[in-house]
Write a protein that binds this ligand. Structure first.
Ligand SMILES: Cc1cc2nc3c(=O)[nH]c(=O)nc-3n(C[C@H](O)[C@H](O)[C@H](O)COP(=O)(O)OP(=O)(O)OC[C@H]3O[C@@H](n4cnc5c(N)ncnc54)[C@H](O)[C@@H]3O)c2cc1C
Length: 389
């Protein structure tokens, strides 16, 4: 059997970032993935400026969807904040196309894909073994687990993620209206928000996100109510969703397993954004696999993630407070002296810690040469009157 330098479990953004980075350095990689074609993953496909910046920096040939410059943010009770930006607030991509573009890039590089669902993983002190339902067995001294929120590999090693948020969505909804715009509506479900992400071709996905411990049934009611209010949508068709793990992971034992993306609980709890962290940690896991011995790769990897862990700790604090006091949070965010610098930072691709650290400089920047070309604030507008799509 041909020697495999590193196994990658899962061909989502984390797995593809890992595999492409490894292959570019000349490592022999095998990606084990259960689905032959990308698709079916519930996701809004919102690519933040930092995600787009990372994709460009890593020179990944990824489908970026449609840039959207216009954004509305509402917070309870009836704030209506409307931003027009000089740079895209988000790129909105159909998730299956985004994933497939990364897979195509990997396959064009000659990366070996093994299709089959992983049924278990183990480590004998030197070599990892991955077993699949199609009875293929793969072995390698290195293993990157990027098999998503319910990671079979992580669970095989007794690993857990700290916290899970929940998101439900409907896709391919018709959105009449001239100008594609992103909507964030705070408070549509407990400790969360509703969103509408337009693809720029008259269609959009819309959903609800919550960090609270609420049931799927409550989320469904929240989604139905939101779709009716915002898009006058009575029968949204298929509803999909899933857990979004955040707060990092705990992994008992000494196995030098590298957990990337949702498998490691790296999503942003404020927004549920997970694609950026998946790409970032997938890439970092590959660098650790390349730069350290198999035994020390995990130490190397976790060290390299310290800034991400620090940002996650800060987000945890902010998130718990902001979602507990949504009215206050909404009012603070509605202040120009607050949202101006935050917008400057976010569209430059900074993370939360960096935005807070650079706040005075960003404030000056937002006054001198604002990225916000237009801002409109109207208080006390009921949500369904705030804007019609
Ligand atoms: C409703 C919803 C909306 C979201 N919207 C956004 C958004 O707009 N923007 C954003 O940035 N993030 C969003 N997220 C979060 C984002 O989707 C995830 O954080 C991101 O997909 C994580 O990437 P990943 O590569 O770690 O895992 P995944 O994308 O889940 O990829 C895991 C891969 O592993 C494969 N796999 C799983 N189990 C096995 C197995 N047993 N054997 C073999 N292969 C396996 C899967 O088929 C998949 O290809 C959303 C999440 C949800 C639930």
């Amino acid at each position: 059997m041909e020697r495999i330098d590193c196994l990658v479990a899962g061909a989502g953004p984390a797995g593809m970032a890992a595999a492409i980075t490894l292959a570019r350095a000349g490592a022999r990689v095998a990606v084990v993935e259960k689905k032959e074609r990308a698709g079916g993953k519930a996701c809004g496909g919102g690519l933040t400026p930092r995600a787009v910046k990372l994709i460009r920096k890593l020179k990944f040939d990824a489908h970026l969807g449609h840039p959207v410059f216009y954004l509305e943010g509402n917070a309870p009770p009836h704030h209506y904040n409307c931003f027009t930006l000089k740079k895209p607030a988000l790129h909105i991509a159909r998730r299956a196309l985004f994933d497939q573009s990364l897979r195509d890039a990997a396959q064009n590089m000659g990366i070996n894909f093994v299709f089959g669902a992983i049924s278990g993983a183990s480590w004998d002190g030197r070599i990892f073994t991955l077993k699949t339902l199609c009875s293929k067995v793969l072995k390698s001294p290195r293993l990157i687990a990027a098999d998503g929120a319910a990671s079979r590999v992580r669970r095989s090693f007794g690993g857990t993620v700290s916290c899970q948020a929940l998101a439900l969505m409907a896709d391919e909804l018709e959105t009449p209206g001239e100008r594609p715009r992103i909507l964030f509506d705070g408070g549509m479900v407990a400790s969360g928000y509703g969103w509408v992400f337009p693809y720029g071709d008259g269609r959009a996905n819309a959903g609800v996100y919550s960090v609270a411990d609420i049931s799927g049934a409550q989320m469904r009611l929240g989604l139905a109510d939101y779709l009716k209010k915002r898009l006058a949508e009575d029968a949204p068709g298929k509803i999909t969703g899933g857990a979004i793990p955040w707060g990092g992971y705990s992994l008992p034992g000494r196995a030098p397993l590298l957990l990337a993306g949702d498998a490691g609980g790296f999503a942003d709890p404020m927004t549920g954004e997970g694609i950026y962290a998946a790409l970032y940690t997938g890439h970092a896991a590959a660098l650790a696999a390349l730069g350290a011995s198999p035994e020390t790769a995990r130490i190397f990897y976790e060290k390299s993630l310290r800034p991400l862990f620090a940002n996650m700790a800060l987000l945890r604090l902010i998130c718990q407070r902001a979602y507990r006091l949504p009215r206050l949070g909404g009012r603070i965010l509605g202040l120009k002296a607050v949202h101006g610098p935050i917008t400057e930072g976010l569209i430059r691709g900074l993370n939360t810690s960096a935005v807070i650290g650079a706040f005075p400089a960003l404030l000056l920047l937002s006054l001198a040469n604002p990225s916000l070309s237009h801002f409109e604030r109207r208080n006390r507008l009921p949500l369904d009157k705030a804007s019609q799509y």
